[in-house]
Ligand binder design. Structure first.
Ligand code: MRU
Length: 342
């Protein structure tokens, strides 16, 4: 998106990450020069959003290896990949990107130009994500044209990927082509990815949007103001169950009640056929301070503890379709996913 700073960039063997914790006030860049810095950046959500984490990890595993010999790269690669993959457990794009990097390293283990091959692979992962997002946008365009009043949750836009987004991609394209679209943006407690990031992106690009707090969504649906819900996902299991930002499940349940179609938009790298169903997805549990505190200020009594599961799982039966770069998957998802991935 022309008006949005890129979230991940590789320049001169360094990784440049837009610090998404500081948006929308500041557009700071964090420069990672070693593995530890990129792991901390993923854990602390400097870089966040499933595809963006995968891209950052693909480059991040290479940090500091530009002058390393073949032997050193082969010696450290597995342990670097395991350190990175543990940074965040739910978004499968992280493991997917690292698996690709590991396969590339194994295939080139005797190649003196191994570093260049690995860097080419990371750039390929980055470029493929750009192409997937564009195709998701085009494949979802008709849905948005037919259902111009959209609700989204969290941030599945340009900031969460290489560019354009997943859930927001069809919306950007529809808006660019002059269709009247309007997006209700859930603020997305506790870390406000909706308010800070999605509302920032949409308004910067001239897409009409209205911010609501998460607990308003069902009410706005009851007013007949929402035609469709579209969100991203962090992992889709083989049966179509989808893990996404905490709060997605309650929107899907409300959408079902009000007969509003609920769609997920993802690249194929988010579909994990080795995970049988949603109950097999590990949900990241973050520090309860994210709930007891608001931007550094305590908002709950000191003796109260809190939980902060970062994601929830929406069962496949609540999902009308999954928009991918290869088209829209429809129920029954186990068959549709199997056919697509084959
Ligand atoms: O904790 P976050 O901000 O990384 O969570 C992000 C989401 O839940 C997104 O909806 C998901 O990663 C899809 S991004 C295209």
């Amino acid at each position: 998106m022309k008006n949005i700073p890129v979230s991940v960039e590789w320049k001169n063997n360094k990784l440049y990450l837009l610090d998404q914790r500081k948006l929308p006030e500041d557009e700071d860049i964090v420069v990672c020069e070693d593995l530890k810095e990129v792991i901390v950046s993923i854990k602390t959500l400097t870089v966040r959003g499933a595809p963006a984490i995968g891209i950052a990890a693909a480059y991040g595993i290479l940090l500091g290896l530009e002058h390393a010999g073949l032997e050193e790269i082969n010696r450290v690669f597995d342990s670097r990949a395991s350190e990175l993959v543990n940074a965040r457990p739910t978004a499968v794009n992280l493991a997917w990107a690292l698996d690709r990097m590991l396969s590339c390293q194994k295939a080139n283990r005797t190649n003196p130009n191994i570093y260049q091959c690995l860097l080419r692979e990371a750039k390929f992962i980055h470029q493929s994500d750009r192409e997937s997002c564009r195709a998701i946008g085009e494949n979802g365009l008709e849905l948005v044209r037919k259902h111009p009043n959209i609700l989204t949750h969290c941030n599945a836009g340009s900031l969460a990927v290489s560019e354009l987004g997943t859930a927001l991609a069809p919306i950007y394209i529809a808006n660019e082509q002059g269709n009247n679209v309007h997006v209700f943006v859930n603020e997305t407690r506790p870390l406000l990815q909706g308010a800070r990031l999605t509302a920032f992106e949409l308004s910067r690009n001239g897409v009409p949007c209205t911010l609501i707090s998460d607990n308003m969504a069902a009410h706005i649906m009851s007013e007949g103001k929402i035609d469709i819900v579209i969100t991203g996902a962090d992992r889709i299991a083989a049966n179509g169950d989808a893990a996404n930002k905490i709060g997605t499940l309650s929107i899907a349940i409300a959408a079902k009640y009000f007969r509003i179609p609920f769609y997920i938009a993802v690249p194929l790298s988010t579909i994990d056929c080795s995970t049988i169903s949603g109950s097999d997805i590990l949900i990241e549990e973050r520090d309860g301070n994210e709930v007891t505190h608001f931007r550094g200020t305590r908002i709950a009594p000191p003796e109260v503890s809190a939980r902060s599961p970062a994601f929830d799982v929406t069962p496949a039966e609540l999902i009308a379709g999954i928009v991918t770069e290869k088209g829209i998957l429809r129920p029954p998802f186990p068959r549709a996913i199997k056919d697509l991935m084959a």
